[in-house]
Design a protein around this ligand. Structure first.
Ligand code: ADP
Length: 242
């Protein structure tokens, strides 16, 4: 594994909404190229943490660095982070090609290069030939592949995924999960994924982080977490979602 400074570093991040403290002094590091999953019950602050890293929500305190750069106060479009969030749906009126190329267009990438980059990521997610279709003419699994392509086309230094597979049925979910693992390995992009699904976390992650009440309760290799939960909360939570 490469130097920690090449990856994502979150230091003592705190966040409240009014009187509610949603994140308490969260610190974690994701080495470059690693795939970490963030597990925790609903309301534990997982999405808020990803939004702070992506730059969609400001932290109250703490710092975030990516590849050695302080990004805490940078606008999202300068952070070089690809995101697939549940609510971040594809634009329905645009074709697959336009959806994927949109971020490049916003960044001023010329048309010919855009077309080449879009073809390249369509190949990566095995959706070559679907560029002209509208999202409504794709299955749920295909739409998520396109969402992934859209996140990867900017060649991000970090990929943030918030429950990207949760809306899919079991069979498709397993297919897309395998694709996701292959794509992450092929691109080597540093990845943090929020999931409720223990099996998914086991299959995908080289490290699992457990968040509860806005604090990091435990982190480790999947087998360590499941084999040796740090406390009753982690044991109970893992049991409950078994
Ligand atoms: P998780 O992703 O683990 O389900 P969230 O990060 O979405 O948790 O939410 C953590 C807590 O913060 C919840 O209690 C939620 O209601 C609250 N919260 C999230 N976003 C906002 C917001 N924009 N305004 C007020 N409260 C919020």
């Amino acid at each position: 594994m490469s130097n920690m400074d090449d990856g994502l570093n979150i230091t003592a991040v705190g966040k409240g909404f009014g009187p509610v403290q949603v994140l308490r002094d969260v610190s974690l590091s994701v080495p470059r190229g690693a795939f970490h999953t963030l597990l925790g019950p609903s309301g534990s602050g997982k999405t808020t943490l990803l939004k702070i890293v992506a730059g969609f929500t400001p932290a109250d305190s703490g710092a975030v660095t990516l590849a050695g750069r302080a990004i805490t106060d940078m606008p999202p479009e300068h952070r070089n982070i690809g995101v697939v969030f549940q609510h971040y749906a594809l634009f329905p009126h645009m074709s697959v090609t336009e959806n994927i190329g949109f971020g490049l267009k916003m960044r001023g990438v010329a048309k010919a290069e855009r077309a080449a980059r879009v073809e390249e990521v369509l190949r990566l997610v095995r959706m070559t030939g679907f560029g002209h279709r509208k999202p409504a003419a794709l299955s749920g699994g295909q739409q998520q592949r396109v969402a992934l392509a859209r996140a990867l086309v900017i060649k991000p230094q970090l990929l943030l995924l918030d429950e990207p597979l949760s809306a899919l049925d079991r069979k498709v979910r397993q297919e897309v999960r395998e694709e996701l693992k292959r794509i992450q390995a092929e691109t080597g992009v540093t990845t943090v994924m929020v999931t409720h699904d223990q099996e998914e976390a086991l299959f995908l992650a080289d490290r699992v982080l457990v968040l509860e009440g806005g604090a990091l309760r435990q982190q480790g290799a999947p087998a360590d977490i499941y084999g040796n939960p740090a406390d009753e909360f982690v044991a109970g939570f893992l049991g409950a979602i078994n």
